[in-house]
Design a binder for this molecule. Structure first.
Ligand SMILES: *Cc1c(COP(=O)(O)O)cnc(C)c1O
Ligand code: SF4
Length: 345
């Protein structure tokens, strides 16, 4: 099939009328198309991009792509999605399942590591493939939920009174249909000891059109508070469309928090992290976690040493009010919560 690549302006204009489902399926999914759209010389990047793509496919939705600077290989949004030669290298200590999640599966689809919170993998799909993702090797196919698995998840929740919060996660839970999500929200919040419903998602950022009326309908309805933890790493990810989408969620009563991952070449300076916190606040979102890097195989080129991350947090504490400084944490397999990295320097 031969398709004419629309100019940036045409693409932008068309974007206003496309639904989130259309935007999701028209994402850029080849290294070549990504380089072309950003006007980067293929000779320099294509081989590395192709070998990385073979390990973990490229996927970038257009609204996110449109926020990148053309011709700049160091663009902080591009760095998060462009595969590099370094991904094919192995490095000591970098493994496929750094968080040992495969061992924490309680019943199909439900990961339980912490006493009061359980994480439900609604879908294995994401709207964007982030190169540094610690779940890039996760065997999602094994976690597809049949109707009887769904009953089993609810049975498990009913018989586990210590669990008072369920986190819809994935992949990205908002890739699923609002109909399915509304059903999940309904059956989970019928369990009497569930106090909160949480969503971990990047979709309102990468495709703000995802915050559609059907989504707002069901997030308004649950009998318990809904908390959404977004995933934004750089202030340039937040544009007017994202701010509008987050405003609609806030109006629907959703509490908005953000988690970021510290990434070399993306957000490893105090200036960027300070602007990120300010941009989040301006969009009605509070910073929650800054995750120390997880040693997932193929992503060692993003690693920021702990001492540097700790020093960045020290600088943020001087520059920002305490509520705009994220907690620097690491996930240590076997621990009962995220582990804060202490700041004694
Ligand atoms: C991070 C995580 C949670 C949530 O932890 P909070 O500290 O409550 O944000 C829950 N379950 C799993 C498996 C997690 O990885
Ligand atoms: S959206 Fe989240 S789960 Fe999906 S690839 Fe990115 S970091 Fe990983």
């Amino acid at each position: 099939m031969i398709q004419r690549t629309p100019t940036a302006i045409e693409a932008h204009r068309a974007e206003d009328t496309r639904t989130w489902q259309q935007l999701l399926s028209s994402s850029v999914t080849s290294p070549q198309a990504l380089l072309e759209r950003l006007e980067l010389t293929p000779e320099r990047w294509l081989n590395g991009a192709r070998s990385g793509h073979a390990l973990f496919p490229v996927r970038v939705p257009e609204p996110f792509l449109n926020r990148m600077r053309k011709g700049d290989p160091d663009d902080p949004l591009l760095r998060q999605v462009l595969p590099l030669t370094a991904e094919s290298e192995t490095a000591d200590g970098y493994v496929r399942d750094p968080l040992a999640e495969s061992g924490a599966i309680q019943t199909t689809g439900l990961i339980r590591k912490y006493r009061s919170r359980a994480l439900l993998m609604v879908t294995g799909q994401c709207a964007i493939n982030c190169r540094y993702c610690f779940r890039r090797h996760f065997p999602y196919e094994d976690q597809r939920l049949s109707p009887s698995d769904r009953n089993q998840v609810i049975e498990t929740l009913i018989s586990s009174p210590e669990i008072n919060e369920v986190i819809l996660s994935g992949g990205d839970p908002l890739v699923a249909s609002d109909r399915l999500l509304a059903e999940w929200a309904d059956s989970i919040t019928r369990v009497p000891h569930i106090k909160r419903l949480r969503l971990h998602t990047r979709l309102p950022v990468v495709i703000p059109q995802r915050v559609c009326d059907a989504l707002l309908d069901w997030v308004k309805n649950p009998p318990v508070p809904v908390v959404m933890v977004l995933h934004i790493n750089h202030p340039a990810e937040i544009d007017a469309d994202v701010r509008a989408a987050l405003g609609r969620l806030a109006d629907a009563g959703v509490t908005l928090l953000n988690q970021s991952v510290i990434l070399r070449g993306v957000n490893d300076t105090a200036d960027v992290l300070e602007s990120l916190s300010e941009a989040l606040f301006a969009a009605g979102v509070l910073p929650y976690y800054l995750h120390a890097f997880d040693p997932v195989r193929g992503a060692h080129h993003f690693d920021v040493p702990d001492e540097q991350a700790q020093s960045l947090i020290q600088q943020l504490l001087v520059r920002l009010p305490g509520f705009l400084v994220p907690r620097l944490v690491r996930e240590v397999p076997g621990e009962q919560s995220k582990t804060p990295l202490n700041l004694h320097l």
